[in-house]
Write a protein that binds this ligand. Structure first.
Ligand code: GAF
Length: 389
């Protein structure tokens, strides 16, 4: 990979002398969906799929971005003197947003730079290709400009800040955190109320994590996502009329049941119910995994899907077809939608001996029912973003 990237770098920018090599993963969330902006728990892991980057400082203030995945696009040229989101920058608004966020937060970027990327995370599939790119850019900037006082958690927060304020998606912290803090063979049990976290070993005995890409992405994803956030915020406000809580994640399911009549709007009630119960499911799932009980872990994943489908309303027909098919296959311990929703991927825990049947059976029936193929990735859990050499 390095050679391909550096050859392209040299073709575009004269030579690759002094360019540095970086990697930033994608992520899959095992359980704990739409809890990260509700002060709840999440349980994602970094993947070995990700975004590779080559970068080098320039002597002027120009910033060049090139993606080897999108060769229909030319080099995007921006400038350190004009850090604004422009439609024609397309995908490059993600890395540019991070440069902007660094400056906003008072970190000095002394010159422009050239950056070439290539990634193997399917775009728009809910596996965090944008968070991967944001954290990659953060790692590149701290390294090229010798910014010493930023931790990986800070880089995750800067990535989120840029996505919220430069690119207009009001996402939580889960994706950037998982990408920045990932650890090989571990998932991250993160409490988003205070960013305390714990690594939980995630080598599943006799089973694999299989991601299925529905290859659909429904429109208005960002606006529907922001709507869910607003509905949760409104439900919280209603509960705060009597309860001293900061977030929906502060409530146990029992406390929620005792006070839910404060929420008068039916939709807000459903959204809040999901957030509260999903948080509890995540805590229970990690307890089960630590005890080696992947059967219970899988059942909680299934319940998570039902709640995301019925109460949170972020699933869609194609994803429900994939999950329903998965649930019928012997050896599938759990299966659910993963990520923001409205298309994208499912994540399933499948016993080793059932993986081939899973891929064949679901692949064939999905094609018949939906009219296009699904893609399958049997994934490994990898490390967070870093400079490679
Ligand atoms: C998207 C967001 F970016 C995350 O912050 C999280 O809310 C997720 O959807 C849903 O769990 O990936």
């Amino acid at each position: 990979m390095k050679k391909k990237l550096f050859d392209m770098f040299a073709e575009l920018f004269g030579d690759s002398e002094g360019a540095r090599f970086y990697f930033s993963p994608g992520r899959v969330n095992l359980i704990g969906e739409h809890t990260d902006y509700n002060g709840g728990h999440v349980f994602p892991c970094a993947l070995t799929l990700g975004t590779y980057g080559a970068a080098r400082k320039r002597e002027d203030n120009k910033i060049h971005f090139y993606s080897m995945n999108l060769d229909s696009f030319d080099v995007v040229e921006a400038s350190l003197d004009d850090l604004t989101n422009k439609k024609e920058y397309n995908w490059a608004n993600y890395p540019l947003g991070v440069v902007w966020a660094f400056k906003e937060k008072g970190h000095t970027i002394t010159s422009g730079f050239d950056m070439v990327i290539w990634g193997n995370i399917p775009n728009g599939s809910g596996l965090s290709s944008s968070a991967s790119l944001e954290v990659l850019t953060g790692v590149i900037l701290t390294d090229l400009f010798e910014i010493k006082d930023l931790s990986m958690t800070d880089l995750a927060l800067i990535g989120q800040y840029s996505e919220n304020n430069f690119n207009g998606c009001n996402c939580g912290i889960m994706d950037q955190f998982a990408v920045a803090m990932g650890k090989k063979d571990h998932a991250i049990f993160l409490d988003t109320s205070d960013l305390s976290y714990e690594y939980a070993p995630c080598v599943l005995d006799g089973a694999k994590i299989v991601i299925t890409n529905s290859k659909v992405k429904h429109s208005l994803v960002d606006s529907a996502y922001n709507d869910r956030r607003n509905e949760c915020a409104a439900a919280l406000k209603a509960l705060q009329s009597e309860l001293d809580i900061q977030a929906l994640g502060d409530l146990t399911p029992e406390e929620f049941e005792a006070h839910k009549s404060l929420i008068k709007d039916e939709i807000q009630l459903q959204r809040a119910k999901h957030a509260v119960y999903e948080n509890q499911r995540t805590i229970d799932a990690v307890t089960a995994l630590k005890a080696g009980d992947i059967e219970s872990f899988g059942k909680l994943m299934n319940q998570s899907h039902i709640s995301l489908r019925d109460d949170y309303d972020v699933s869609c027909e194609e994803i429900d077809i994939l999950v329903d098919l998965a649930w019928k296959i012997p050896g599938v311990l759990g299966s659910r939608i993963t990520g923001g929703g409205f298309g994208g991927c499912t994540v399933s825990i499948v016993k080793n001996e059932s993986v081939d049947t899973f891929i064949e059976t679901i692949g064939k029936t999905y094609l018949e029912k939906v009219g296009h193929e699904a893609e399958f990735y049997t994934v490994d859990i990898g490390d967070g973003a870093s400079r490679l050499d």
